[in-house]
Design a protein around this ligand. Structure first.
Ligand SMILES: [Zn+2]
Length: 374
């Protein structure tokens, strides 16, 4: 049912259009032209006011039949760097870049599959679910497009994001994620003349770090110290240091427990140094990045995808991920969204690759899972 040649053409067309985050406008124009040609209606939301992109999210609709569920399809228009001047190389089995840039299969493989799905379902006049395609911006810089999407334009209660590696992986569970900053205010002093009057915020931060558990905390939780900054000059006992961290977990309870452990370490440090100088202060600030996803196995979308894979004898596993995706925000806004792989590999590197067999398989799964077979 899919047109493989057309699918590859759409993909190579899309990757040749530069669209690093916040500069999605040219890809948006390509997509809008394609939708216009197909006679598919779409709207642009005002998310660009919040994301800082030069274009909003595109929300296209195909089918408006009553008493039929609406399914959301989604992928993102933006790429990471270095994504300027991509020259795709197509072989019999895969597509790669010329080795100097990323390929942009993340997530233009997903975009191509959505456009192919809309074209097939629109032109072949097959009975299908109502479809809403949410084509987002700024995914790579904190899921901003999905975060600020105008959800009043979305009716779907279930959906598929196409933004993962192999179509043999159907992601139905993902973690919540918080970022937290530990700010340590020490006491500045001249390092040579009166070091004993100072309290080094860098030394104090190392005491916190040495007591923190990081990396894989348990099978469902990770903690990372990603960035540290502090001090001002080599002859000054440093007054301020910041430690920037992230925690991800499939369990909200574990997030609370682990953050509490860190808070206790900070408390102890405050008690120790405040005795020496009351100005010393360490504190933690936490912020939610995204909420977890946990899609019921008996949802329409999972049942349809599993049925399609059985029909075509495709291997497929329901898997948990440790990554975040636009799906996290769709779920938060009431759309139970799974994430299906598109055949992309080694994304965010110059070795990025699209495996064609898997690309076609993913497109076939999506189209067939949206057809209503009586
Ligand atoms: Zn992506």
């Amino acid at each position: 049912m899919i047109n493989k040649k057309r699918l590859i053409k759409t993909f190579t067309d899309l990757v040749k259009i530069d669209s690093e985050s916040r500069n999605e406008i040219d890809v948006a124009v390509y997509i809008k032209n394609k939708l216009k040609k197909l006679g598919i209606k779409y709207k642009i939301d005002n998310s660009n006011k919040s994301t800082g992109s030069n274009h909003g999210n595109i929300i296209a609709k195909l089918g408006n039949r009553k008493n039929i569920p609406t399914i959301l399809l989604s992928s993102h228009m933006d790429t990471v760097t270095n994504g300027i001047g991509i020259k795709p190389k197509v072989t019999k089995t895969s597509v790669t870049s010329d080795g100097t840039t990323i390929l942009g299969a993340d997530d233009k493989s997903g975009l191509s599959i959505i456009l192919e799905t809309l074209e097939v379902l629109k032109t072949k006049k097959i009975k299908h679910y109502n479809i809403e395609a949410a084509i987002t911006t700024c995914e790579e810089i904190g899921l901003l497009g999905a975060k600020h999407l105008d959800y009043s334009l979305i009716n779907a209660k279930e959906g598929i994001v196409l933004d993962s590696t192999s179509p043999e992986r159907l992601v139905y569970k993902g973690p919540s994620s918080d970022y937290f900053t530990i700010e340590i205010v020490g006491v500045e002093a001249h390092s040579g003349i009166n070091p004993d009057k100072g309290i080094s915020s860098i030394v104090a931060s190392s005491e916190i770090i040495s007591k923190m558990k990081t990396g894989r905390i348990n099978s469902r939780t990770t903690i990372n110290i990603g960035k540290i900054s502090g001090g001002s000059a080599i002859n000054i006992v440093p007054g301020k240091t910041e430690i920037m961290c992230e925690i991800r977990s499939h369990s909200e309870k574990t997030i609370k427990i682990e953050l509490n452990k860190i808070k206790k370490i900070i408390q102890k440090l405050n008690t120790k140094y405040k005795k020496i100088n009351k100005k010393f202060n360490a504190k933690i600030k936490t912020n939610r990045i995204y909420d977890s996803i946990d899609i019921p196995k008996n949802s329409l979308i999972i049942k349809n995808i599993l049925k399609t894979c059985k029909e075509f004898k495709y291997k497929v596993d329901l898997v948990e991920t440790f990554g975040g995706a636009d799906a996290n925000f769709f779920v938060k806004n009431g759309v139970d969204t799974v994430n299906l792989g598109t055949g992309m590999r080694e994304f965010h590197t110059v070795k990025e690759k699209l495996i064609l067999k898997e690309f076609f398989q993913s497109a076939n799964i999506v189209i067939n899972s949206l057809i209503i077979k009586d």
